[in-house]
Write a protein that binds this ligand. Structure first.
Ligand SMILES: Cc1ncc(C[n+]2csc(CCOP(=O)(O)OP(=O)(O)O)c2C)c(N)n1
Length: 303
């Protein structure tokens, strides 16, 4: 979780310094979701993520050096700088892409689920999405199809309570998004998204069910983003108060995990030093890499 936090703090710094082009959406505050889910997966299980996908990518094992290079527009980037922050992918680690069209990754997850079912090796696909995306038709259609065909897909909704500036209570008729699973005869559970173990346990159960051939599950994690919707946006705005943000910050997933695992001071220092070194290495790798050539812009582009 600290690795994700530091990566996104660095990303934020680089974006504010004008070094990263395009939009960047950090998931600071939501790290327990990324780590809890991906800790319950094997490397050959798949994830599909969103515009807010750095944390999911890192938790799935995506290579940091090449990910930083992607953000900085370098030829060595994971997608040779064609993707940027919102389109990170690392197939070698089971990361089948960040998708910036809200809700578009869910039909893809259903397709992957069908492929995995036909393959018969017990692989599972997890699709991450937000509370806003749960109001898209693609969510309902995909969950329904996965339930009918018993596809091995876990729908993981990070309910951070806002879609840009719109509070979930104003956009969503149910109090708990997990209730929507009932319409599709699938299990639905709501967990504390600031508690990495709660997320891990719920995911472990859903993944086991999917591997047994019993079909999809819906997990809703109640969480919160500490920063603005995208970088450049203020942390507080007309749509939420400083007090609300501070209240959630008291349940920072890193603090919750520290209280739970009780690392010694020496262990904490060792983790911090390792993560700082990884970040320095990633930035150095990216900075020393050549910029992606404009002439290569259309290579590997299919549509
Ligand atoms: C189909 C579509 N509509 C609108 C947008 C613009 N947009 C980008 S992020 C976002 C909010 C998504 O909210 P949510 O699903 O809750 O995810 P969060 O940003 O909170 O992680 C919107 C409306 C988009 N990218 N795609």
């Amino acid at each position: 979780m600290l690795r994700i936090r530091r990566f996104e703090e660095k990303t934020d710094e680089l974006f504010m310094a004008g070094r990263i082009k395009g939009a960047v959406h950090v998931s600071i505050g939501q790290e327990a979701c990324s780590v809890g889910v991906c800790s319950a997966l094997n490397q050959d299980d798949a994830i599909l993520t969103t515009h807010r996908g750095h944390g999911h990518s890192i938790a799935k094992g995506t290579r940091l050096n090449e990910m930083m290079a992607e953000l900085l527009g370098k030829a060595t980037g994971l997608c040779k700088a064609r993707g940027g922050s919102m389109h990170i992918a690392d197939i070698s680690k089971g990361h089948y892409g960040a998708h910036s069209i809200v809700g578009a990754n869910m039909p893809m997850a259903a397709g992957m689920g069908l492929a995995f079912q036909l393959e018969g090796k017990g692989r599972v696909a997890v699709v991450f999405f937000g509370d806003g995306a749960s109001n898209q038709g693609s969510f309902h259609e995909s969950l329904n199809l996965c339930a009918i065909w018993k596809l091995p897909v876990v729908f993981f909704c990070e309910n951070n309570h806002y879609a840009v500036s719109f509070h979930v209570n104003r956009s969503t008729a149910v109090r708990d998004i997990s209730l929507r699973a009932q319409s599709y005869n699938a299990p639905g559970v709501t967990v504390d998204g600031m508690d990495v173990m709660a997320v891990y346990e719920a995911t472990r159960e859903a993944v086991a069910r999917a591997r047994r051939g019993e079909g999809p599950s819906l997990i809703e994690a109640k969480t919160y983003r500490f920063f603005g919707h995208s970088r450049g946006d203020p942390q507080f705005g007309p749509y939420r108060t400083k007090e609300e943000v501070e209240r959630w910050r008291k349940r920072d997933p890193l603090i919750v995990a520290e209280k739970m695992f009780k690392p010694t001071e020496a262990e904490k220092k060792a983790i911090q030093a390792e993560v700082d070194k990884e970040m320095a290495t990633a930035i150095e790798f990216a900075e020393k890499s050549p910029d992606a050539a404009l002439s290569s812009a259309l290579e590997d582009v299919y549509a």
